[in-house]
Design a protein around this ligand. Structure first.
Ligand code: TRP
Ligand code: SF4
Length: 373
């Protein structure tokens, strides 16, 4: 039996998510989710499981979609490090919008940002962007024929014209709010990201007036700045405010941050299966000190990084997820057994993905225009 008030969607409790909703004016996703389901729209796994916890103006864009207007979804990745399960979360959402709702997808490869903010050499950024990010997205099932991947440093004049116009409409203290302490590199990166989000509204890029930007909550300062810039350009360039959705961030296998800079606690999709297995077996769980205690009290999936993997998509069926949750809480299932189940699923995912990755890497270099220097 599941105790009152607990549910399999309720994990990854970070108080800050509530704070973002209450303090920064992000709208809570739950009421909209109910409304969208009522209107018969298919919900993504991340929506159903409350991994999307907030949004700005998604209701307006969905209404436009229902009126038959064209809608695009756009996000961006900084080509630094390797593609891991945190990135997969965003890509799965892009695939949902592409396959289920027929939206146009744009992906910004943020090589300008990687160069300016992370000091990644230009050539290296291009290689990482294609071999790691674009290839992984294709291997996961994003259709390269219906997706426009582009390098920031390779975009055309109208995109750069927007950046120049933005520069006259923003103050130093607004940049500080986005980046803490600022320098020219961060200012440029910030304006570049605003251009990413807004330029697809221009006729030159398809005239997509309705745009959804799925991001982690850490990107909200950029979204706020971009939405303000859209307003401030009124009279010169007519731009709609973009919509955004905010997802929770998957934790690393020790309960800390999942990040390329912490490889021991981060599952990369290109990990050698034997290595991935070792990481998984060492993962922090919500298990008790002894088997006896766990049978008596049950485990705590909310604390468990293995459960996080299930929740974030390793288990696709909501029913199966619910069963794992109940079996953990009731003490029927112990962590050793549970990790074997997780490994079975993970191994299949990795093998399938890595098989596709070989071809996807070749394709990646063909479907994206490569900056000349
Ligand atoms: N700044 C983002 C990151 O650090 C990457 C990014 C660049 C982006 N352009 C974007 C994200 C446009 C969303 C929309 O990951
Ligand atoms: Fe985590 Fe599974 Fe252990 Fe529950 S039984 S705490 S879900 S590893």
């Amino acid at each position: 039996m599941v105790p009152e008030g607990l549910d399999p969607w309720g994990t990854v409790k970070i108080k800050d998510y509530d704070r973002l909703v209450s303090v920064f004016g992000i709208q809570s996703f739950r009421p909209l989710k109910i409304e969208l389901a009522r209107r018969g729209l298919p919900l993504s796994l991340h929506m159903r499981r409350d991994l999307i916890f907030g949004h700005r103006d998604l209701d307006r864009v969905m209404a436009a979609l229902e009126r038959g207007e064209k809608v695009a979804v756009l996000t961006g990745f900084m080509p630094s490090g390797r593609f891991h399960f945190g990135h997969k979360l965003t890509v799965d959402q892009l695939i949902y919008y592409q396959q289920e709702l027929g939206m146009k997808v744009f992906v910004a490869l943020a090589d300008a940002e990687a160069y300016a903010v992370r000091r990644i050499p230009r050539k290296k950024a291009v290689e990482i962007a294609l071999n790691e990010y674009v290839a992984s997205m294709i291997a996961l099932g994003l259709d390269p024929e219906k997706t426009e991947f582009y390098f920031q440093t390779n975009r055309g004049t109208p995109y750069y014209r927007l950046m120049q116009l933005f520069s006259g409409k923003v103050t130093t203290s607004e940049f500080e709010a986005v980046y803490g302490d600022i320098n020219p590199a961060k200012v440029v990166a910030s304006l570049t990201q605003a251009a990413d989000i807004l330029h697809v509204q221009l006729d030159e890029y398809g005239g997509y007036k309705w745009v959804i930007v799925p991001v982690g909550a850490d990107q909200d300062p950029h979204i706020r700045l971009t939405r303000d810039l859209a307003d401030r350009l009124s009279g010169e360039v007519e731009l709609n405010k973009p919509a955004a959705t905010y997802h929770k961030l998957i934790r690393g296998l020790d309960g800390g941050k999942m990040s390329s800079s912490r490889p021991d606690f981060t599952l990369f999709l290109s990990d050698e299966p034997s290595l991935a297995r070792r990481k998984l077996m060492a993962a922090l769980t919500g298990g008790r000190a002894t088997a006896e205690e766990q049978r008596r009290l049950g485990g705590v999936p909310e604390k468990c990084t293995v459960y996080d993997l299930y929740l974030f998509g390793l288990v696709k069926s909501d029913q199966e997820l619910r069963k794992l949750y109940d079996d953990c809480r009731s003490g029927r299932m112990l962590c050793g057994q549970c990790k074997r189940i997780a490994w079975g699923l993970l191994e299949e995912l990795l093998r399938d993905f890595q098989e596709r990755l070989v071809q996807a890497r070749e394709l990646a270099w063909k479907v994206v225009d490569i900056p000349r220097f």
